[in-house]
Ligand binder design. Structure first.
Ligand SMILES: [Zn+2]
Length: 207
């Protein structure tokens, strides 16, 4: 429980200071602002994936089976770190959508693209959920976390797009924070069972 509260605190603080950093950079040119914005997207996706796991760490007892779990857990830590980096990269890559929609590699053109591309369309998340329903895979969960965290953050300024049916108004900031925390605390439950848990060494069972 403490880990979950701590994770929520870290994520909310990161979201807030990420946007603050972006506002500080607003007077330093379009390119720097675009890079900062993209890096904040990626960083938040990494944080969500890492904290989503760390807030569910389970403690082992001091027996042989549990020591095995700790050993497996160490290997799994590496996998989780690599997954979090992949989640961050996918989240950053979503912004390539602007260039595709603009049909140009020019940043100004991309910023004024005539429409929002498919990666910024929340119908894509529904499609991913449907794919997951028929074939549950960790990769689909990772894609969903990366894309949903990106779309939610963009949603503060532009709302969520369910093109061609509906576009929501800009998301209230508190709703955005709530949904980001919900993604962080829930995605692990959609992972295949063997990937859900990393175990904590018995020496740290009270931490
Ligand atoms: Zn975007």
């Amino acid at each position: 429980m403490y880990l979950k509260i701590l994770s929520i605190g870290i994520l909310v603080t990161s979201c807030y200071y990420g946007d603050l950093l972006l506002n500080l950079n607003s007077s330093h040119g379009v390119l720097l602002r675009a890079i900062t914005d993209n890096l904040v997207h990626g960083s938040l996706a990494v944080i969500i994936w890492l904290l989503g796991y760390m807030s569910h760490v389970e403690c082992c007892h001091n027996d042989a089976k549990s020591r095995d779990n700790v050993g497996n857990g160490l290997a799994k830590h590496t996998v989780v770190i690599l997954q979090s980096v992949a989640c961050g990269i996918v989240c950053c890559a979503v912004d390539l959508d602007h260039f595709i929609a603009a049909g140009s590699l020019n940043l100004q053109d991309a910023l004024h693209a005539p429409y929002r591309g498919v990666l910024h369309n929340s119908v894509l998340l529904i499609a991913l959920l449907m794919c997951y329903y028929y074939k549950p895979r960790s990769s689909l969960v990772l894609l969903s976390v990366a894309i949903s965290s990106h779309q939610l953050r963009d949603g503060i300024r532009r709302g969520l797009s369910f093109s061609p049916l509906y576009s929501s108004p800009p998301l209230p900031y508190k709703l955005y924070l709530f949904l980001m925390c919900a993604v962080m605390l829930s995605f692990r439950h959609f992972l295949p069972t063997s990937n859900r848990t990393i175990h904590k060494h018995p020496a740290f069972k009270n931490v």
